[in-house]
Ligand binder design. Structure first.
Ligand SMILES: NC(=O)c1ccc[n+]([C@@H]2O[C@H](COP(=O)([O-])OP(=O)(O)OC[C@H]3O[C@@H](n4cnc5c(N)ncnc54)[C@H](OP(=O)(O)O)[C@@H]3O)[C@@H](O)[C@H]2O)c1
Length: 229
């Protein structure tokens, strides 16, 4: 695999969990951060966990976006647009931006099991408005919690729900998702359906609290002949 996957905000829970899973699968991963030192420390941590053979580096979010083919955005909702504006000069045509952002009400002091409704309909549609033309945006990984990702020896009992308007880009993201053992990638249609998949994440937080568990997963059943994207 010669592609490079950058995870912006990859020092955080969700981003680092995805980084570990993809490194384990053999991907070249760049961990992005506002601080180069923090990113490099996380890259060192990944090497400690997975061994020195993994292909990982840490750098600033802009450098990571510049070098990568696939850029995965894993930051809190209130940081999403400032990062997109910052990395926009590095988002050349054809690159894929994978938005994992959930607009949780906790960013304005509300409960994390409540969701905000951005003017554009969803966090991913908001991102789509601000990225340069020709960048392909896909929304995914909202319904897979970081604690599940960190449990590296366990298969993940969870589907990854993928929304986007560019089928080829969705196919590439589905491939990345299915590198995580146990995961099925489900094509959930156009980017606007991200309104639904992002909302599910807040429901999942509610369920964890209600049933006092660390993580819950989502499986879509009943689709015969599930076609790959
Ligand atoms: N955690 C989960 O299980 C989970 C599951 C599904 C979806 N999500 C979504 O994924 C996103 C990331 O979640 P998370 O739990 O990983 O969040 P997090 O740990 O709170 O933050 C992730 C990273 O974002 C960067 N960041 C924080 N504030 C920022 C700011 N104001 N400007 C720029 N960068 C900032 C930080 O990186 P640096 O300080 O290194 O720059 C931080 O390490 C969120 O939108 C969340 O809703 C999370």
């Amino acid at each position: 695999m010669n592609r490079i996957v950058a995870i912006l905000g990859g020092t955080g829970s969700q981003g680092f969990g995805l980084a570990l899973r993809w490194l384990k699968a053999g991907e070249y991963v760049i961990i992005g951060s506002r601080s180069r030192e923090k990113a490099q420390a996380k890259a060192d941590e990944a090497r400690r966990i997975l061994g020195n053979g993994v292909r990982v580096e840490g750098c600033t979010n802009s450098e990571a976006a510049d070098k990568a083919d696939i850029i995965v955005l894993t930051v809190p909702f209130d940081a999403q647009l400032s990062i997109i504006r910052r990395i926009a000069p590095y988002l050349s045509q054809g690159k894929i931006l994978v938005d994992v952002t959930v607009p949780l009400a906790s960013i304005i002091g509300g409960d994390p099991w409540r969701i905000l409704y951005p003017w554009d309909g969803s966090a991913a549609e908001q991102a789509a408005r601000y990225i340069p033309k020709g960048v392909r945006i896909v929304s995914a990984f909202h319904t897979i919690g970081s604690s599940i990702l960190y449990d590296l020896d366990r298969e993940v009992d969870c589907d990854v729900l993928i929304c986007g308007d560019d089928v080829a880009a969705k196919r590439i993201v589905a491939e990345l998702a299915e590198e995580i053992p146990g995961v099925r990638a489900i094509d959930c249609g156009p980017l606007e359906n991200s309104r639904l998949t992002e909302s599910l994440a807040s429901l999942m937080i509610y369920l964890c609290r209600l049933y006092n568990v660390k993580a819950v997963g989502v499986r879509i059943t009943g689709i015969r002949n599930l076609r790959s994207i």
